[in-house]
Design a binder for this molecule. Structure first.
Ligand SMILES: NC(=O)c1ccc[n+]([C@@H]2O[C@H](COP(=O)([O-])OP(=O)(O)OC[C@H]3O[C@@H](n4cnc5c(N)ncnc54)[C@H](O)[C@@H]3O)[C@@H](O)[C@H]2O)c1
Length: 345
């Protein structure tokens, strides 16, 4: 199969492309190498993918429809759209980056899928869309109309724009909501990278929400496995889940479905730090800080729909995944950093 994957220089897109290439598929990777975090890490991920003869890299911005259409000139069967402006906190400083990448950029991807009549369009959304939702665990059928950040709003907007395209142009579309993905080659702006780096460098770690937050951590290999499994479940009435216990989100009007990808096993932030400390065999210098604007106190996936559609859900124990990250970090990761960007002009 021929895949166009956006965001292949990013953490998740890199792992996804690598797995598809290793399975013998042809992948074009599209990425803008945006400077939100250390671009050398993005370049290194692409360098690794470029060792594979079936990989073609195209560097360009999603907002550039011409560059995107060049990347699709070999006519992909499937588009997996993972590029985007990620990060909850940066969206408080610079909402425009989210508007440009996640709204304008994603619209260009929808147009591309329409033009090429792809057999399946897959989109990366986020657990952040559950925002002010109080019912736990988060089910896809729950209301997700009260985002707490513009990041979440931009991803929710992408989902609903895609529903309209699925309906009007008949594009089979799966939007998946990720829950705190972690693992080797991970992002320097995320807690695991920041904590491991700070502990090893004898610096304080900043723990927001006084440590009361919890997250449903998802190991990246589990996540990629779930995306690939879902790629075979092209939304249609023939695969509507008919179990009384699972609410399918397959639209009544369009080949469109939203699926959580999370294991449904949330960890408290302080327990997460304990795991890191045990793995590093070193204590953290902990600095407790209040909640930051836009942070959600907890995330917790209901994984029933994912399990019904694919037969499995993320299972890797946190200890195993953290160890894999630390091994990677010590081997290849120490030179990378998260440079906070200046606020938008
Ligand atoms: N990692 C997580 O825990 C997580 C959780 C929820 C949702 N997501 C979503 O999953 C997707 C992948 O996340 P990730 O962790 O790999 O993030 P990442 O930042 O590592 O990867 C995103 C990639 O998109 C590229 N990009 C950003 N804006 C672009 C633009 N306008 N044009 C072209 N390329 C652009 C970046 O250069 C980057 O390489 C993102 O859409 C993110 O919002 C991730």
């Amino acid at each position: 199969m021929r895949y166009l994957i956006t965001g292949t220089a990013g953490f998740v897109g890199f792992h996804l492309a690598k797995q598809l290439l290793e399975a013998g598929h042809i992948v074009t990777g599209f990425d803008g190498m945006t400077p939100y975090y250390d671009v050398r890490l993005k370049q290194m991920r692409h360098t690794i993918l470029e060792r594979h003869p079936n990989f073609t890299a195209v560097v360009g911005l999603l907002e550039d429809a011409h560059a995107l259409s060049e990347a699709a000139k070999e006519r992909p069967d499937v588009i997996m759209h993972l590029a985007g402006q990620a990060g909850v906190r940066y969206s408080v400083e610079n909402p425009k980056a989210y508007f440009d990448s996640n709204l304008a950029g994603s619209w260009n991807v929808l147009e591309l899928a329409r033009k090429h009549e792809v057999s399946h369009l897959m989109l990366a959304s986020t657990s952040s869309v559950y925002g002010a939702n109080q019912s736990i665990p988060y089910s896809e059928a729950d209301k997700a109309d009260e985002p707490l950040t513009f990041y979440a709003a931009s991803k929710k907007a992408m989902e609903v724009m895609a529903h309209s395209y699925a309906h009007v142009y008949g594009i089979p579309t799966t939007a998946f909501r990720f829950f705190t993905v972690y693992g080797p080659w991970g992002r320097p702006d995320m807690a695991l990278f920041k904590f491991v780096k700070a502990i090893l460098e004898d610096k304080e770690i900043e723990i927001y929400g006084e440590g009361r937050m919890s997250r449903d951590f998802t190991y990246v290999d589990d996540l990629v496995g779930a995306i690939i499994d879902l790629s075979h479940v092209v939304p249609s009435e023939t695969n509507r889940v008919r179990s009384a216990d699972v609410e399918d989100t397959l639209s009544a009007m369009a080949p469109f479905r939203v699926v959580n990808i999370g294991g449904g096993q949330p960890f408290g932030l302080l327990d997460f730090i304990d795991v890191i400390e045990r793995t590093l065999d070193k204590k953290a210098r902990r600095k407790l800080l209040p909640m930051q604007t836009g942070d959600m106190e907890r995330t917790f996936a209901n994984a029933d729909l994912l399990t019904a559609l694919t037969g499995s859900k993320p299972q890797t124990p946190l200890e195993t995944g953290v160890r894999a990250f630390v091994e990677w970090y010590l081997r290849d990761g120490t030179e990378y950093d998260f440079h906070t960007l200046p606020p938008a002009a």
